[in-house]
Design a protein around this ligand. Structure first.
Ligand code: NAI
Ligand code: MG
Length: 496
């Protein structure tokens, strides 16, 4: 395969950069054999460029490259792996403005958010797992004088990784850094809506000096490229972030192919609970950010707010006023908070849920879908009076909040937990007793107290119930990317 030259792209902020458009296999950008995919700027609706897409045969080539690199990478000194990951962090930091602009153009998210949330998170993720590379260890077991036992944590080998479009580069970093730190080799597929920063990151992998085949990056459709990864017989682990629907299919494909290990980070309908003794203004601000951030396209979006009855009416008024202040517009305007949704399909899905909700009797408190800017914008919206069977009880993945009052702690615990999801939850109170009791009661992988959202590489992240399997971040993810080998030795104790 011959190497493809990068395409010069002019970003909306006037900067020009070289965008690789090929599949990155064996440290080269090459053509794919599936139909090329146009990636679109959701703000202008224009095609940014066409990307090469991977067929099942291309995935075979990428996996073969990874297989070839597997042994050498596993046996690379951990400190050397750490040095390469730190070098990646440096390169991402150097190019952070470009990468943030790429994600802003490709996804529609506000540039300031991309720069200060996604990119800062990606850099700290690489630094954190650079630090872990030489701190992975097993245990020794006391088996008496005649036996010796110890465990090692070993990589799986070739890991397949499938990421979504809502935080393109941050999700890339969350997958790449821990997998490489633990000595795995990877084949990662970016989302077809946002493939650009993944391919750009691939060019940094090469520049940093990772050996060929260690990290391979492709884009393509879920039903072809994604399926080829999930069903591949030589891929020993698949890590997926996306919808619960597809997560379930990934697990089936893993089971029916080679029983590869699966980790899933899926959807949510997370409760955000405000007690009457909370800092009122901070709670209003936090509830607004908890749902409107990233146009509501966040797996942990606080999409169900529950407010204690005595302050409910006042809270509703304040939230309505706060919602009216959300600044929508051009993602590159530094004052913009709210951009377009990622795609026409997502817009249609959200609008259909909003219309269905209205038909089912929900009351529009603020917004209501249509946005004065048109295009792929959806107005930040608050609904009250949402019944149990309303379409608004689904994960909406848009800037749409459902709010209701509650009277007792028992009542709010019951409704907060009355969902098949369990990704995150949040609560505001000035009572330490209430806070700790709620932290115990909520069925969710994360409980945020007196704040909401935000992830740190130190904190494990993942879901209860149908929000996922396994954890990202923290030292928990080390377990997701390593398998335990037990070594047991009979000792002779110098007897002849
Ligand atoms: P999706 O789950 O279809 O896409 C996520 C990734 O999976 C993409 O890379 C896609 O190409 C891939 N994929 C799709 N079908 C596949 C298959 N059969 N086998 C293997 N890979 C496959 O999500 P989509 O359609 O983009 O968004 C739909 C809904 O999913 C959203 O409205 C939202 O509710 C949820 N979602 C959740 C995310 C999260 O962070 N948990 C991220 C993106 C979407
Ligand atoms: Mg795009």
């Amino acid at each position: 395969m011959s190497t493809l030259a990068a395409t010069q792209i002019s970003l909306p902020n006037g900067k020009t950069y070289a965008q690789p458009t090929g599949l990155f296999i064996n440290n080269e950008f090459v053509a794919g054999s599936d139909a090329k995919i146009d990636t679109i700027d959701p703000y202008t609706g224009k095609v940014i460029c066409a990307m090469e897409a991977a067929s099942a045969a291309d995935i075979d080539v990428a996996v073969a490259a990874a297989e070839k690199a597997k042994r050498g990478w596993r046996d690379t000194l951990p400190a050397q792996r750490a040095a390469l990951l730190n070098k990646m962090a440096d390169l991402i930091e150097r190019d952070a403005d470009i990468i943030a602009a790429i994600d802003s153009t490709d996804n529609g998210k506000a540039f300031t958010m991309a720069r200060h949330v996604d990119l800062v998170g990606a850099i700290s993720c690489f630094r954190f797992y650079a630090g872990y590379a030489d701190k992975i260890h097993g245990q020794t077991m006391e088996l008496g004088r005649d036996m010796h036992g110890y465990t090692k944590r070993e990589p799986y080998g070739v890991c397949g990784q499938i990421i979504p479009w809502n935080f393109p580069f941050l999700m890339w970093a969350w997958k790449v850094a821990p997998a490489l730190a633990t000595g795995n080799v990877i084949v990662l597929k970016s989302a077809e809506q946002t493939p650009l920063s993944c391919a750009y990151g691939a060019s940094l992998i090469k520049e940093a000096g990772f050996p060929p085949g260690v990290a391979n990056f492709v884009t393509g459709l879920g039903k072809t490229t994604g399926v080829a990864i999930a069903t591949h017989m030589k891929i020993r682990k698949v890590a997926f972030t996306g919808s619960t629907l597809v997560g379930r299919q990934i697990m089936k494909m893993a089971a029916e192919s080679n029983l590869k290990k699966v980790s899933l980070e899926l959807g949510g309908k997370s409760p955000h609970i405000i007690f009457a003794d909370a800092d009122f203004d901070k709670a209003v601000e936090t509830v607004a950010n908890g749902i409107y951030f990233n146009q509501g396209q966040v797996c942990v979006a606080g999409s169900r707010a529950f407010v204690e009855a005595p302050i409910y009416d006042k809270f509703l008024e304040a939230l309505k006023a706060r919602t009216a202040q959300v600044k929508s517009g051009n993602p590159f305007d530094p004052t913009t908070y709210h951009g377009p949704q990622v795609s026409a399909i997502q817009c249609e899905r959200i609008n259909a849920l909003i219309e269905g909700g209205v038909k089912a009797g929900a009351k529009v408190v603020a917004g209501g879908g249509k946005h004065e800017l048109g295009g792929l914008f959806i107005s930040p919206t608050v609904f009250s009076d949402v019944t149990g069977t309303s379409p608004l009880q689904n994960e909406i993945f848009g800037p749409v909040l459902v709010i209701s009052p509650f009277k007792t702690i028992e009542e709010v615990v019951a409704i907060a937990n009355d969902t098949e999801y369990g990704l995150a939850s949040g609560l505001h109170t000035s009572s330490i007793d209430t806070a700790l009791r709620m932290a115990d009661e909520l069925e969710a992988g994360t409980v945020w107290i007196n704040h909401y959202g935000g992830a740190s590489p130190q904190l494990p992240f993942g879901g209860y119930k149908q929000s996922g399997i396994g954890r990202e971040n923290g030292d928990a993810v080390i377990g997701e990317y390593t398998q335990i080998k037990t070594v047991s030795i009979a000792r002779n104790n110098n007897k002849k």
